[in-house]
Design a protein around this ligand. Sequence first.
Ligand code: RIB
Length: 308
Amino acid sequence: MSQKITIVGSYNVGLFLKGERLPKKGETIIGDSFRESGGGKGSNQAVAAALLGADTSFVCRIGDDQYGQNALKMYQNFGISTDYVFVDQTIHSGISVILIDNAGNNMISVVPGANYRLSKTDIDSASLLFRSSVMVGFQLENKLDTVLYGIRVAKETGAQVILDPAPALVLPDDIFPLLDYIKPNETEATTITGIPVNDVDSAVRAGEWLVEHGVKTAIVTLGEAGAVAVDEKGACHYPAPKVNCVDATGAGDIFSGAFMCALSHGESFADAIVFANHAAALACTKLGVIEAIPSREDVLGFMKAGGR
Ligand code: RIB
């Protein structure tokens, strides 16, 4: 039996432009394909969690526009509760332009729009939802003040709190003790801790820094090298399965959604990380984010086959 999770965060429509390579500064290149799809780190995490089997609610702000309407339809299709998806009459939905090359590398530019209007009042109204959730997840595509306020409110309700600190920002020291989990990638861990993270050893050092600052468990993701988890008992490296990466966009979001989903099903921490590693790796084998989220059966089959 799974317990309810709530994700608070961003919705950005994703305008994906794929080409052979990424343009250089000041350069125009001709790409070879275009696709519009749902995106935004919070939204991606909510969809991944729901698709993988979690009872999921999403709290966000969208614009009163076609992109926002498409987002609502998407949440309804995936069975995500939208009671706290606020529609803003004064600004457009978040927009992201995502450039992808043939090797699956990406560059993303985001204009937050309605995401930056998510307010403390919105958080207060959603606090009832936090109370009935086992876990509440945040990222950093809303105003930092709102996210920090949300973390405090969620913590007071007794829910476990996870922060995926993306995109990277320096965080105030007093937020760390409120976090049950933090899940930065190499860049984010470097920004937050000041420790250059580029391999397992430096990820362990960054994880230790986070735990010394009060986080219960730090999970530092390292792309194809997997993830390192650190808590007060020590550190553990969880290698990722090897895949042929076509597009890594949103892999971190899918990792977070899958991790929360596994915990909401009562799985152990270690099993949840292994599940998340496999879900994120599989997602890299397909173009897009939402379209690339694997089914629960696919992830379990991939794990059973030893990640091959
Ligand atoms: O993490 C990937 C996401 O970042 C994309 O969906 C894009 O919208 C940006 O928010």
